[in-house]
Write a protein that binds this ligand. Sequence first.
Ligand code: ADP
Length: 353
Amino acid sequence: MILVLNAGSSSLKVEVFTSDLTSVLSGAVTSIGTDGAITIGDETLATKTTDHADALAQMLEALAYAGITLDNLTGAAHRVVHGGTILTQPARVTPQVIAAIKSVIPLAPLHNPNNLAAMLALQAAAPDLPQYASFGTAFHATNPAVATRYAIPQTHHDAGIRRYGFHGLSYAGMVAGFGAALPTRLLALHLGNGASLCAIKDGRSIATSMGYSPLSGLTMGTRSGDIDGAAVLRVSTALGEDEADRMLNKNSGLKALGGDNDMRNLLNRDDPEAAFAVDHFCYWAARHAGSGIVAMAGVDAVAFTGGIGENAAPIRDKIMAHLACFGDVPVHVIAADEEKQIARDALTLMEAV
Ligand code: ADP
């Protein structure tokens, strides 16, 4: 069995898969560092954790209580948000890989340190357990330079200011799920609280709407999506960098336009603000879809995933109505399963040994 770990800033989510990728158990520790809770299967208990290592120790104990001990595991696999330009494939965790993940911390200062903390804590608890890592950016490593380069001076590009793209594990999982039925030119939209799209040609990402960070592209739950850099400079000068960051990442998007970042609530309301927020979301998803379709020189199918993409038929319909100019394109709805993709990556690496 494989233990998949997803360490966030204050949470640790785990899911256990068998070697045929069947999920057998999932769990989470929340509010790490303070009074929180631990969930395993359907059971939730209050708990208090000091840090990620403590959260992992408590989770391992809970898993053992549910019948899954370290001896039952053949490997552990971690989600790592950012792989930069060097970690473009899933990898076995080695000292070199740990050093590489550390080296890209400046690109994901809020995320990669948590992923590393979980890795090191597990290494201490189970030194002989092979560990693997899958990177949220890696699927987009196949984008051509013309797509990833910002038209800025080379020195800044070399310092890492370029497009990376995100939601890569969701898109890679989607491609694996299609198998032999994968359309040649697939426009994939991951619409959750964060939202992006990806132009997938012959199973490879060739363009994506997120860039240096997950801020760009589509209108999102609380992120603005695309905004002119000069406007960002002005806001940053007026509010200071931290407040500008909060404004753009936490207080924009649907929340700013409709007062709520929950698409369900917006669809249930009938006031003009909610309608405008929904229209804005769909219009910009379609505008960026046009860009992805041009990158593929056409489109054979559209696939929706993520909380909104999977559940909100009115949103899918509105976006597809904007795309009617591309003809009658088949639409797929696919459940996002990033954990399963991480387990799949680890299994592939284990089989390759
Ligand atoms: P995250 O990006 O945080 O993983 P999710 O993929 O779970 O988020 O997506 C969350 C979004 O999905 C929220 O805006 C939520 O309102 C929306 N959503 C979930 N179910 C529905 C539904 N039945 N109808 C409309 N929106 C939904």
